[in-house]
Design a protein around this ligand. Structure first.
Ligand code: PEP
Ligand code: MG
Length: 567
């Protein structure tokens, strides 16, 4: 870690309040950690009286880098690597060249902007100049400029690392600030003990948003212009109860919010015994969506009846590798044993789309959400991985009195279900042969998240013990609008008449078969009180929700009178 560069104090830039949308409720405060390099170099306007300190911040950063290069030259010379030493000497010389420094300082004052932005703009000009040169030797100097600029940027933000990824890991209690939402960012927030999360992205059904809710990290999304006002290290309040962030809060704002610091979604009064019902007495089942076994206690303390969706792929994504059969079996056992007498649906790995990692699976298809993912992966190259997971679940369920289901993700055709069931039967035969205890009671369910599966719901129900409607993917596929792409989010409208037709079709067909009780909705729509009301009116009776959403969903159910609707 480099020394702190003087003059980086942005407190005097003043408080800025920005409005967004709640991803996960709660209130927290902490120093900002900018997750993406683009955010670090985003253009930020500074008042004219801050131009001098900003210029001094830049020259101090340059000085620091010069010292670092000189130090490296000494180290390398000691190690007798004269060629490398010559490169760093050349970098040092480039830094001493007043031209770049003068142009950056000039831009800071001419445009009243932050040093990072001024440097990036000047660097781009220089890189373009070198790139355009005919001489390949001079062309290659463009890369040297990039490296030099990155070193100064690192010094400016007082951290180490590379421009390609993030410079350092955030520390506990920081507020993560981002432009986009990647599952990796949410997992990082949890692993590093982030106090809160604030993002410009309004992809509220994206997996990152789902994880933030699951981990109960106060989070606000859809904050336009966030990147242009927040500097690394700025104090920031995330008031996710009201969907607001306060950057560089005043003493009064800090005092006001400190009194209200809030852990999201504390459990409601436990009501597992009597369950939930609408005002007219229609019984409703509420289960939990979990991404990690650690989330189970909160779900059950809240009184939820079981687990409608365990997204197991996050076990693999957090560790960067598929856990061994023994490891998986241990995790599933923990969840199943804690769910005595309850329903628990363990979804097999839905790896692919935005849920992949370089070490695990790299789907380089142009449109990975429609590529090889979920059951398509299981039934192609990764059959062993699927069978291992099934074996782990069947073994974990041995001797349990929980109602365990294996849930198959991203199913498109009935043949896929038939094939998957055959493989499950093969696993059972193998367990029989080896005399390994397992549960023969385990059910097999199908995620309904591809329109073809939704339309053929009767055929799916004929092959499945239960189905779970994944409205996140179903909606994105039905409306041809990527759930993670902010530019097309407006199309992902659950209340569009065509989508409501599809939702009605699913439950009507299930009702014709007398199997409404085998249908649960587990997409994020089930965690939205207003959409739960619509689905109850359509005939759905079971929802698997983000546990933090329980208070709102419960209230909506209890206020609804389905008989009055019909009158
Ligand atoms: C869904 O698609 O609605 C769903 C529940 O699965 P996921 O969000 O994990 O893709
Ligand atoms: Mg899905």
């Amino acid at each position: 870690m480099t020394d702190q560069v003087e003059g980086g104090n942005t407190e005097s830039l003043g408080e800025v309040i920005l409005k967004g949308e709640t991803i996960c409720p709660g209130i927290a405060i902490g120093p900002a950690f900018l997750l993406e390099p683009e955010f670090l170099v985003a253009k930020k306007n500074i008042p004219s009286d801050k131009v001098g300190p900003e210029q001094r911040r830049y020259t101090a950063a340059v000085r620091l880098v010069q010292e670092q290069f000189a130090e490296r030259v000494r180290e390398i010379q000691d190690a007798t690597l004269p060629e490398a030493a010559a490169i760093f000497s050349a970098f040092g010389a480039m830094l001493s060249d007043a031209e770049l420094t003068e142009s950056v300082l000039g831009r800071i004052s001419a445009e009243s902007v932050n040093a990072e932005w001024a440097l990036e703009e000047e660097a781009k000009k220089l890189i373009r100049l070198f790139d355009a040169m005919a001489d390949p030797y001079l062309q290659a100097r463009a890369e040297d400029v990039r490296e030099l600029v990155d070193s100064i940027l690192r010094a400016l933000i007082r951290a180490e690392g590379t421009q390609a990824g993030r410079y350092v890991s955030p520390e506990k209690g920081q507020v993560l600030v981002s432009g986009h939402m990647f599952p990796r960012a949410a997992m990082q927030a949890q692993q590093d003990g982030a106090a809160a999360f604030a993002t410009e992205s309004n992809a509220l059904f994206a997996h990152a948003a789902i994880l933030l809710r699951g981990f109960r990290i106060p989070s606000v999304g859809g904050i336009a212009g966030l990147g242009s006002v927040v500097f690394e290290g700025d104090n920031i309040i995330v008031n996710a109860n009201e969907g607001v962030v306060v950057v560089r809060p005043s003493a009064e704002s800090i005092e006001e919010h400190t009194a209200r610091l809030d852990v999201p979604g504390l459990p409601l009064e436990v009501r597992a015994e009597e369950g939930w019902a609408t005002r007219d007495g229609t019984h409703v089942h509420l289960l939990a969506n979990i991404e990690s076994p650690d989330q189970l206690d909160f779900a059950y303390e809240s009184g939820l009846e079981g687990v409608g969706l365990f997204r197991t792929e996050f076990l693999a994504l957090t560790s960067g590798s598929i856990p061994s059969e023994e490891k998986q079996c241990g995790v599933y056992q923990k969840v199943i044993q804690a769910s005595s007498g309850k329903r628990i649906c363990i979804r097999t790995f839905d790896i692919g789309a935005d849920k992949q990692s370089p070490t695990l699976y790299r789907n380089v298809a142009r449109n990975p959400a429609m590529g090889t993912r979920g059951i398509r992966r299981h039934l192609s190259a990764d059959l062993d991985e699927f069978k291992t997971q099934v074996r782990a679940i069947l073994r974990a369920a041995a001797g349990s009195n929980a109602d365990v289901g294996i849930l198959l993700p991203v199913v498109t055709t009935v043949d896929e279900v038939k094939l998957a069931r055959q493989h499950i039967e093969t696993v059972k035969s193998e367990l029989n042969v080896s005399g390994t205890p397992y549960s023969n009671e385990t059910k097999v369910g199908v995620m309904i998240e591809v329109p073809a599966a939704a339309i053929a719901i009767k055929d799916m129900l004929a092959e499945a013990d239960f189905v779970s409607v994944g409205t996140n993917d179903l909606l994105q596929h039905f409306m041809a609008a990527d759930r993670d792409n902010e530019d097309v989010l407006k199309y992902n409208n659950f209340e569009h008449p065509a989508f409501l037709w599809l939702m009605r079709h699913i439950i009507d067909q299930a009702a014709e078969l007398g199997r409404v009780e085998d249908v649960t909705v587990c997409g994020e729509a089930a965690s939205r009180a207003n959409l739960v009301v619509i689905m109850l009116r359509l005939g759905y009776r079971a929802f698997s929700i983000a546990p933090v959403a329980l208070a709102g969903v419960q209230q909506a159910i209890e206020r609804l009178d389905l008989c009055a609707d019909q009158a």
